[in-house]
Design a protein around this ligand. Structure first.
Ligand SMILES: Nc1nc(=O)c2c([nH]1)NC[C@@H]1CN(c3ccc(C(=O)N[C@@H](CCC(=O)O)C(=O)O)cc3)CN21
Ligand SMILES: CC(C)C(=O)C(=O)O
Ligand SMILES: [Mg+2]
Length: 300
């Protein structure tokens, strides 16, 4: 009893000084902020990592309050918010603007989510120096980490950013920024050769210092294998089955809202949920207890 009082009193006064009055300890916003050490701990303990996209202040605050640990300001906003037919047309200025909206919402709601800014097409392709300049724009907008798409050719860039204190999330499998080279939004890593290449690239990205790796639209067995192979980099799946260290979905998709047809890996969490926050809480529960994704429905 004494130890509880002793350990709570100093942290309460410290928090009150730094952040003003905190909500009661039972509210989600009283959770510990996610950090790279906390991420490593979750990964090591096999606790699933939850991620959703968000593009504005209110949705970010609600997702955080629902217990979503990571918020990805995805360049999918080009398709979802701007009505583009791919993510290729999204600019760094647009990503900076939405990253600021999200981080402002989290600041005002005392949210603790880990914010990942998606580097858009063409802003990290030229050189590692260009990538650093682009990453700095998103970090100064409040992101904690940047994400970039691609395999071997990005490893030098990943190392350059990580050495300079910028946490990096890599992205393999279906990389939407290269949709025109891939010939559509198709499953990747189906052949022995492409699966072997993906395994090699995943290892190289981990060695370069990436602490997360999105695996998009790859067979569940391959994603599970890569997840086991990476001990220092947490895989985050989307259309990659239930064997990854965490999951991500596009916000509008999981709320049942889409301009075209839904991808197979999507589940509408508004089904049976009383509110948007309830749907997000259902998503967090389903990812944590590994009931989403269902490999017989949502994966390849
Ligand atoms: N709303 C939204 N959700 C996403 O998941 C998403 C975006 N936008 N924009 C960026 C990329 C593009 N993504 C996409 C887009 C289309 C399919 C799709 O049409 N999938 C079909 C066909 C699969 C196939 O041909 O093999 C499917 O049934 O899943 C999948 C992922 C994923 N990302
Ligand atoms: C689908 C996720 C991984 C993404 O990159 C985005 O939303 O832009
Ligand atoms: Mg993206």
């Amino acid at each position: 009893m004494t130890s509880v009082t002793m350990s709570q009193a100093p942290s309460e006064s410290l928090s009150a000084t730094a952040y003003g009055t905190l909500p009661p300890a039972s509210t989600p916003s009283a959770r510990k902020p996610l950090s790279l050490p906390r991420l490593r701990e979750m990964h090591a303990h096999g606790e699933k990592i939850t991620m959703l996209t968000a593009y504005d202040a209110t949705f970010a605050a609600v997702a955080d309050a629902a217990g979503v640990e990571c918020i990805l300001v995805g360049d999918s906003l080009g398709m979802v918010c701007q009505g583009l037919s791919s993510t290729v047309g999204v600019t760094l200025e647009t990503m900076r603007y939405h990253t600021e909206c999200v981080t402002r919402g989290l600041r005002r709601s005392q949210g603790v989510a880990w914010v990942i800014g998606d580097l858009p097409f063409g802003t990290y392709h030229e050189s590692k120096e260009q990538a650093l300049r682009s990453a700095v724009v998103l970090m100064q907008a409040g992101a904690h980490m940047v994400k970039l798409e691609g395999g071997g050719w990005t490893t030098e860039t990943v190392r350059f950013l990580v050495e300079r204190g910028i946490p990096v999330c890599a992205h393999l499998g279906l990389t939407p920024q290269t949709v025109h080279a891939l010939g559509g939004y198709r499953v990747q890593g189906k052949t022995d050769e492409s699966a072997a290449l993906l395994r090699r690239e995943a290892s190289a990205l981990q060695d370069a210092g990436a602490s997360m790796l999105v695996l998009e639209m790859v067979p569940a067995a391959l994603a599970a294998e890569v997840t086991q192979q990476l001990t220092h980099c947490a895989t985050i799946g989307i259309g990659a089955g239930s064997g990854t260290a965490g999951q991500v979905l596009v916000l509008h998709d999981m709320l049942g809202m889409n301009l075209g047809k839904m991808a197979r890996f999507v589940h509408n969490f508004m089904d049976g949920a009383p509110s948007v926050r309830g749907a997000m809480e259902a998503y967090v529960r389903a990812v944590k207890n590994v009931s989403f994704p269902d490999n017989s429905i949502h994966a390849w």
